[in-house]
Design a protein around this ligand. Structure first.
Ligand SMILES: NC(=O)c1ccc[n+]([C@@H]2O[C@H](COP(=O)([O-])OP(=O)(O)OC[C@H]3O[C@@H](n4cnc5c(N)ncnc54)[C@H](O)[C@@H]3O)[C@@H](O)[C@H]2O)c1
Length: 455
């Protein structure tokens, strides 16, 4: 395809994609309701875990048409009070998620608890006949993955995993460019999420009234062993392996899920990681600088390539998150709000001189080489070189989070498939958890991405 026709295509493509409807409209939905839903029926939602992401999730979910919040659950009383302040005093609130699952008026639940509760509540909710939106990472431990997938299989409820960038129109656009072959052969993916501030490094605010009276500490502990009440561990659970999954499960998982969607990849087959706790020595037992290298074997649609991932909580130099796909004919950079495609193909003529062995030839050897080079590579007619770079931005106000929820609700209403089902979510969580295994056990981890099992 010529540069100008490629550009024309991209503009058309970009235009049609970027103006695609984001929110569901009942009229567009196919009439194949599941669980007795009609396309226009309201979905009654509950949220288990009303912390930072629980609130974000509910707000994103409610921007889709025909969705109502009917119940909220949390272990800290202050968050239940907050839920009623925001969503009204009629809202059913409880500290016990089983009370939410027992309610017949709840169709669908969001699981936005700390990671160590994801599998238990997701399985219980599916078995109780609910649709489930489980926050990433799908599970905290590798061996928790298959039981969740089995619960998904044996129930009719739709399980969606909450890595919203999978639904992003930018991800979709990058995927189309990759599938069209604009990068040539993919050889490397480089991706990072860097920060340097206390909140970014998970030193979240602890409410002044935190106590064993306002917090259900025993339930929070689950099976992690007895321990006296500790507000820091409760409100900053990410910093402890007992409850969280470190920077790998928290942030690598987004990098994996976005890349897997763009590449239609099942995941890596070898994972090695290293890192350390360099700066945030506040009692946490997870690293704040973490680097992983992964081998992706040849899979249908693409040959083998490598992926390197980094999270650095000690980077004051700008930080941010970005993923770069490097191919033989170009590269594609994806960040939170835009994607940039840069094309670069090697010229046919390799050139000579400069940092080259040419200067070491004898005078006669150089003359002979030059004669040969000119006949082998006759100078091409001069053409105007245009920069081969295109940038696309998400439209103002676009939210992949709202879009991700829209995808889930559409699947609930139509009996269709979600974009991030249990297997997709586990295939993003598993290499993240394997990176933790590699770090703590100081070894390379072999993973079978098709069977989703350690080798
Ligand atoms: N998709 C994203 O971009 C994104 C962003 C942030 C967090 N998350 C995920 O969301 C989840 C929650 O993270 P957060 O930042 O909101 O944490 P948070 O600490 O702010 O909130 C978690 C809440 O869960 C409650 N909780 C704990 N155990 C519970 C249980 N058994 N039953 C009911 N409630 C329980 C706690 O009281 C707390 O209020 C994590 O798994 C995290 O990885 C996803």
């Amino acid at each position: 395809m010529s540069v100008s026709s490629r550009r024309r295509f991209l503009r058309q493509f970009s235009g049609s994609l970027l103006t695609a409807p984001i929110l569901l409209s009942g009229a567009e939905l196919v009439a194949a309701p599941r669980f007795g839903y009609g396309p226009n029926d309201s979905i009654n939602l509950a949220c288990i875990g009303m912390g930072i992401q629980g609130l974000n999730d509910v707000n994103a979910a409610l921007q889709n048409v025909g969705v109502e919040l009917v119940a909220a659950c949390d272990l800290y009383t202050g968050r239940l009070e907050r839920a009623r302040e925001v969503y009204g005093n009629e809202l059913f609130v409880t500290r016990d998620y089983r009370e939410v699952l027992a309610r017949p008026d709840v169709d669908a639940v969001i699981v936005a608890t700390p990671d160590h509760w994801h599998d238990t509540i997701t399985i219980a909710a599916l078995d109780a006949g609910k649709h489930v939106y489980c926050e990433k990472p799908l599970v905290q431990q590798l061996d928790e993955g298959h039981p969740v997938l089995e619960a998904e299989r044996r129930n009719e409820g739709v399980l969606m995993v909450g890595s919203q960038r999978v639904s992003s129109i930018l991800t979709e656009q990058a995927r189309e460019l990759y599938r069209r072959g604009d990068l040539g052969q993919l050889v490397l993916v480089e991706t990072y999420n860097d920060r340097f501030d206390a909140l970014g490094a998970w030193q979240y605010s602890i409410p002044r009234d935190a106590s064993p009276e306002t917090v259900d500490w025993d339930t929070f502990l689950k099976d992690t062993g007895d321990r006296p009440f500790d507000a820091t561990r409760f409100f900053r659970w990410r910093n402890y392996r007992d409850y969280g999954t470190g920077v790998a499960g928290d942030l690598f998982v987004h990098l994996f899920s976005g890349a897997h969607r763009i590449l239609d990849s099942l995941g890596p087959e070898r994972i090695f990681s290293t890192g350390g706790l360099r700066y945030w020595k506040d009692g946490r037992d997870v690293p704040d600088v973490f680097i992983a290298s992964c081998d992706y074997g040849a899979q249908e649609g693409h040959p083998a390539f490598n992926m390197q991932l980094r999270v650095n909580f000690v980077d004051g130099g700008g930080g941010g998150t970005r993923t770069r796909f490097v191919g033989t004919e170009g590269s594609l950079e994806v960040d939170g709000g835009s994607i940039t495609l840069s094309r670069k193909t090697l010229p046919k003529a390799p050139g000579y001189g400069g940092w080259d062995s040419f200067g070491t030839f004898s005078q006669a050897g150089r003359a002979e080489f030059e004669r040969w080079y000119k006949s082998e590579y006759p100078p091409a007619p001069a053409t105007v070189q245009e920069p081969d770079e295109w940038t696309y931005r998400a439209p103002e106000g676009y939210s992949d989070h709202v879009h991700h929820f829209g995808n889930w609700f559409e699947a609930i209403r139509t009996g269709g498939k979600v974009i991030e089902d249990g297997a997709f979510g586990f295939r993003a969580a598993a290499p993240s958890l394997a990176a933790n295994t590699s770090y703590y056990e100081r070894r390379v981890v072999d993973w079978d991405p098709a069977k989703m099992k350690m080798v």
